[in-house]
Design a protein around this ligand. Structure first.
Ligand code: SF4
Ligand code: SF4
Ligand code: FES
Length: 520
């Protein structure tokens, strides 16, 4: 528990954390101080003046809350007439040249300017001269589209590129009402986190080419998820919508604050990986090239398992811990070899020390925790010795070329439980569609030994089964997520006081001995 102090807001005593500015300290107890240029990840710039408050201790009549540390006994005034006037005046100033294009603006519904206009004064424009016109729809690169007329020159986007990515592609040029954000001539944004400026922009001046005009934000349902794009496990919000008579579609991933994992941001590749949840999916179970009911296909799998002398089972390093224990139990029951071989998921040198990791697998630590062999030698030997390979969604095309795969699998029947219909599922004798990570609940351990859980967000019309359910249908004794989670407690004492749905939102840091198992 952090140290706290007591201070007064509009005469009412509140207890807040120490070491914070007034916006964050008071905001944490549910009292909003309006602000445009301040962002906790970028610090205080003090340029917008929207956060001016009064302090009753002889200071100047107004101070910026973003630059004022909360102190014990402070008497903060938010509702005095002169504070309300300054908020209204700042709103009027911001809106002098702002176009009234909320009906066609992507930010409508999540725009600070729109919200603050409604909350802090609704000023009428007193301008009798034409508005200053600036450029619209500027392509800044990396999928970022800029509208100079909507910009309130808060500088968040500029500071992000300077302070977080340290690439400095953006600047504010000119002064007063001619000030505008721009790139340098011929030098577009060029970093792997560019789309964070769209989230950071408090108004609709930075929009995403990918998301523009696809959905009104108030139609989107939001659910917490974990990005499976690499071993970092950034926390995300999965934003989806089911239009009448249509399927549930994901429209965007956005970063969700987790101070011990990803802070406020995520990379663009992870952000755009939502597309893979929608596209190229394996939608029907197949025997050879024939589409058949899932029950028939599972019955055919059972026959193949009974007939095979030796069975090899392969797991994806993206499977959840629950899926891994379920498949491990299946392998033990069938006396099959079990492998998590997946070197193709590792892109040496791709990590950048910010968020992006070399390892593009979300749960390799889970394989280590459960003692699952990941060596090439043992996997290839097991496949050569086996009559049947059951592959739980491990994308072997990342590791082998098509000709290498054909050679490796030439004497082995292949059952694949796959999310996507691709070259690998086309090579399989039996293909079973399974859910992607936005469609089931599970747990992962990231590259910093933090165990995180996620809940299924999306409910598709075709409702593919979770890999854990398929393993159960093929004979795994762990039939439910509750049983799988109970099995996990044997490996992780940190889970003894938790159920799958009570793990804290920020995740559980594994203790030293458990982390040693994960990294061994
Ligand atoms: S584009 Fe958005 S984030 Fe950048 S300065 Fe303008 S209002 Fe601020
Ligand atoms: S850094 Fe990794 S986990 Fe985070 S958003 Fe990017 S791909 Fe996803
Ligand atoms: S948020 Fe304090 S001056 Fe902008």
């Amino acid at each position: 528990m952090a140290d706290t102090i007591k201070l007064f807001v509009n005469g009412v005593e509140v207890e807040v954390e120490t070491g914070k500015n007034l916006i964050d300290a008071i905001g944490a107890v549910g009292i909003e101080i309006p602000h445009l240029c301040y962002h906790p990840a970028l610090g205080a710039d003090g340029n917008c003046r929207m956060c001016l408050v009064g302090i009753e201790d002889g200071r100047p009549p107004l101070v910026p809350a973003c630059k004022t540390p909360a102190q014990a006994g402070m008497k903060v005034l938010l509702d005095a007439a002169h504070i309300k006037k300054i908020q209204r005046d700042v709103m009027e100033l911001e809106l002098i040249n702002h176009p009234t294009d909320c009906p066609i603006c992507d930010q409508a519904g999540e725009c600070k300017l729109q919200d603050y206009y409604m909350t802090y004064g609704r000023p009428e424009s007193r301008m009798t001269v034409p508005q200053v016109q600036k450029s619209k729809k500027l392509d800044f690169g990396c999928g970022v589209v800029h509208d100079q007329e909507r910009c309130v020159t808060c500088g968040r986007c500029v500071r992000f590129c300077r302070e977080i990515t340290k690439t400095g592609e953006l600047g504010i040029i000119n002064r007063t009402d001619d000030a505008r954000v721009n790139i340098f001539p011929g030098r577009p944004i060029n970093n792997r986190y560019a789309l964070n400026v769209v989230d950071l922009c408090p108004v609709g001046a930075m929009t995403s080419k990918d998301f523009r005009f696809k959905q009104r934000v108030w139609f989107l349902k939001k659910a917490p998820g974990i990005c499976h794009g690499c071993a970092k496990g950034c926390n995300i919000t999965i934003e989806h919508n089911r239009e009448k008579y249509q399927d549930d579609i994901i429209y965007r991933f956005r970063p969700r604050l987790n101070r011990q994992v990803n802070g406020y941001f995520m990379c663009d590749a992870g952000r755009l990986s939502y597309r893979q949840e929608n596209e190229g999916r394996l939608l029907a179970a197949r025997l050879g090239s024939q589409i058949r009911p899932l029950e028939d296909v599972l019955a055919a799998c059972t026959r193949e398992i009974e007939q095979a002398g030796k069975i090899a089972i392969l797991l994806s390093p993206n499977c959840s811990l629950e899926q891994m224990v379920a498949v491990k139990a299946l392998a033990a029951k069938l006396q099959a070899s079990l492998s998590g071989f997946s070197t193709g998921y590792i892109k040496e040198g791709d990590g950048d020390g910010l968020l992006i990791e070399d390892d593009k697998a979300a749960n390799r630590a889970g394989l280590a925790l459960l003692g699952i062999d990941c060596s090439r030698e043992s996997f290839e030997k097991a496949v050569r010795d086996a009559q049947l390979l059951i592959n739980f969604n491990n994308d072997l095309t990342r590791t082998y070329s098509d000709s290498e795969l054909k050679k490796l699998l030439k004497d082995t029947k292949v059952i694949i439980a796959a999310t996507h219909d691709d070259r690998l599922s086309a090579m399989a004798d039996i293909a079973i569609p399974v859910a992607t990570s936005s469609e089931y609940a599970g747990s992962l351990i990231n590259c910093h030994n933090i165990l995180q859980t996620f809940a299924g967000a999306v409910s598709r019309n075709h409702k593919p089964a979770n890999i854990g359910e398929i393993a159960a249908k093929l004979g795994s004794p762990l039939q439910s997520r509750a049983e799988q989670f109970a099995e996990l407690r044997k490996y992780l004492s940190v889970l003894k006081d938790f159920e799958a749905d009570t793990v804290p939102a920020e995740g559980l840091k594994l203790n030293e001995s458990e982390a040693a198992n994960v990294t061994a």
